[in-house]
Design a binder for this molecule. Structure first.
Ligand SMILES: *[C@@H]1O[C@H](CO)[C@@H](O)[C@H](O)[C@H]1NC(C)=O
Ligand SMILES: *[C@@H]1O[C@H](CO)[C@@H](O)[C@H](O)[C@H]1NC(C)=O
Ligand SMILES: *[C@@H]1O[C@H](CO)[C@@H](O)[C@H](O)[C@H]1NC(C)=O
Ligand SMILES: *[C@@H]1O[C@H](CO)[C@@H](O)[C@H](O)[C@H]1NC(C)=O
Ligand SMILES: *[C@@H]1O[C@H](CO)[C@@H](O)[C@H](O)[C@H]1NC(C)=O
Ligand SMILES: *[C@@H]1O[C@H](CO)[C@@H](O)[C@H](O)[C@H]1NC(C)=O
Ligand SMILES: [Cu+2]
Length: 209
């Protein structure tokens, strides 16, 4: 987080009002977002760089951590990175019309990655913390381990295999969804700036291994 802030400041000193965050997805092969949370304001861009495996960054609600919050929720789609990849995919969105106090919640919808704690938060609060969100996500994994045969209703939908579908409860109307807009969608190349960022934080060597 600090890296990107400092780097952005060096790169574009004139654009000091908007900050850009770079979040590493699957760094060193882990089921992680790094950092796990950022504090972002209106106009800030959050860029996700996918460094391994086959992950997503997908928006959920706080109450239902491992479920896409709506059809229009932010979702990078699956971003596959081959072991010998020389470029990596990225996905970003810009905070628009979001007050800095509005939390946004994200997870990876690959298999059981969310239930293993692969979640991310923008602007978590004292009441709704990243830790609480992650704990809820991980509790979903232990409720019905391996129970994937129960959703006979419509398993052809977007529910990834291996994700236990717990009861669809209350509609948790915190209204956090869909207030950010996806700016650039996935591309299997990272722009020059991003490559420079990666180089500057010494990740490229790790990527190539
Ligand atoms: C943040 O990213 C946006 C869009 O990519 C760009 O227009 C802006 O100049 C960047 N800001 C900084 C401070 O780098
Ligand atoms: C990535 O994962 C998704 C969901 O499991 C799968 O459908 C897709 O084929 C995978 N992509 C690659 C290139 O393996
Ligand atoms: C990566 O490895 C795959 C299979 O191992 C191969 O088909 C592909 O050409 C390789 N790509 C590069 C860029 O080396
Ligand atoms: C932000 O919200 C205002 C009022 O709700 C609306 O007029 C404006 O178009 C919105 N801007 C964006 C970028 O969504
Ligand atoms: C799977 O979970 C459902 C509820 O989600 C429950 O009714 C069912 O008994 C469970 N099946 C097994 C084998 O645990
Ligand atoms: C599944 O959804 C489709 C439409 O998306 C619907 O036609 C079908 O009846 C549903 N099946 C069940 C078992 O609900
Ligand atoms: Cu994942």
């Amino acid at each position: 987080m600090r890296f990107s802030t400092i780097f952005a400041a060096l790169l574009v000193p004139a654009a000091a009002l908007a900050a850009n965050f770079t979040v590493k997805v699957g760094n060193a092969g882990g089921l992680t977002f790094d950092p796990t949370e950022v504090q972002a304001q209106e106009g800030d861009t959050i860029q996700f760089v996918f460094l391994s495996k086959n992950h997503t960054v997908t928006q959920s609600t706080f109450a239902n951590p491992c479920t896409k919050s709506s059809d229009t929720a932010l979702d990078s789609g699956f971003q596959f990175v081959a072991a010998n990849a020389t470029t990596v995919p990225q996905y970003s969105f810009t905070m628009t019309n979001i007050s800095s106090s509005t939390p946004l919640w994200f997870y990876c919808r690959q298999a059981d990655h969310c239930q293993k704690g692969m979640v991310f938060a923008v602007n978590p609060t004292a009441d709704k913390t990243f830790q609480a969100y992650q704990a809820k996500a991980m509790s979903l994994g232990s409720v019905n381990p391996g129970n994937t045969t129960t959703t006979t209703t419509n398993s052809s939908a977007v529910v990834p295999s291996g994700v236990p579908v717990t009861g669809s409860g209350t509609a948790s109307g915190s209204g956090s969804a869909a207030s950010a807009t996806a700016a650039a969608n996935s591309a299997y190349r990272v722009g020059a700036t991003s490559v420079m960022m990666l180089s500057s934080i010494g990740l490229v060597a790790g990527l190539l291994l």
